[in-house]
Design a protein around this ligand. Structure first.
Ligand SMILES: *Cc1c(COP(=O)(O)O)cnc(C)c1O
Length: 231
């Protein structure tokens, strides 16, 4: 694996997708997903200019982040259990995977104890896949105002993980639906939500065409992940 080449290739693909969509590439942020990757790989990616990283497990992040350059920014992108909310508030700059009112309330409490305000995204399970976490769209609209009232949380937008498909074009309606749902949420809140976190290695170009502002890319940067638990 040549990380420098991979980063360059992903950046070029992002720029090409922006071009097709008539978007400024500076409106799309690349988040490098480093789950299962050791700290040395993270630090190498940082040396090559990446600044924003994502982990999907608190335990792994807690072990890894202290061994990485301390100038990096980290987002939590995996399912978060309430009993890990305290650690998550300390480790991450943003929690992208808020999927229930109970979790939001726990994060609010922990952020208050830490004297922080926590930026969050609300994770949506657009097609209702049983194997995935995330709010059903109707449930999100039901809880939205209550989450918005929690003083220590700041809602920055929505996140989704679409069903896996070998054909990225098939995922386009899911991304489009997330963008429409964001507009609905903005109407309910009477305020803009700047972030749409959608698109991974297999489909980030389509996601950008549909309005993604954060793309979460692992495999295209670091190669295939080893199967099984992280080393
Ligand atoms: C692993 C993961 C990614 C990155 O997936 P790739 O296909 O390797 O790019 C993105 N988002 C989430 C939530 C993940 O868990």
């Amino acid at each position: 694996m040549d990380l420098a080449t991979n980063i360059q290739a992903v950046r070029e693909r992002i720029a090409a997708a922006c071009d097709r969509a008539g978007r400024d590439p500076s409106t799309v942020t690349l988040l490098a997903v480093t789950k299962t990757q050791p700290p040395e790989v993270v630090n190498e990616a940082a040396r090559l200019g990446l600044t924003l990283f994502g982990e999907n497990k608190v335990q792994e992040a807690k072990a890894k982040i202290p061994l990485c350059s301390n100038r990096l920014r980290w987002h939590m992108i995996g399912h978060l259990q309430s009993n890990k909310a305290r650690d998550a508030v300390h480790l991450f700059e943003m929690i992208q995977s808020v999927d229930s009112l109970a979790l939001a309330q726990e994060l609010n409490k922990r952020a208050e104890q830490a004297g922080k305000t926590m930026p969050i995204l609300l994770e949506v399970n657009i097609v209702g896949e049983a194997s995935k976490f995330g709010y059903a769209p109707e449930a999100l609209l039901r809880d939205l105002l209550e989450i918005n009232r929690l003083p220590r949380l700041e809602i920055h937008g929505l996140m989704t993980i679409p069903p896996w498909s070998p054909v990225p074009e098939r995922v386009r309606p899911v991304f489009r639906r997330l963008r429409e749902l964001k507009a609905q949420c903005e109407e309910v809140l009477g305020a803009p939500l700047p972030q749409l976190s959608m698109g991974m290695t297999g489909d980030f170009e389509v996601a950008i065409e549909e309005g993604a502002t954060l793309v979460r890319v692992g495999t295209a940067l670091f190669g295939e992940r080893p199967k099984g638990p992280a080393a």
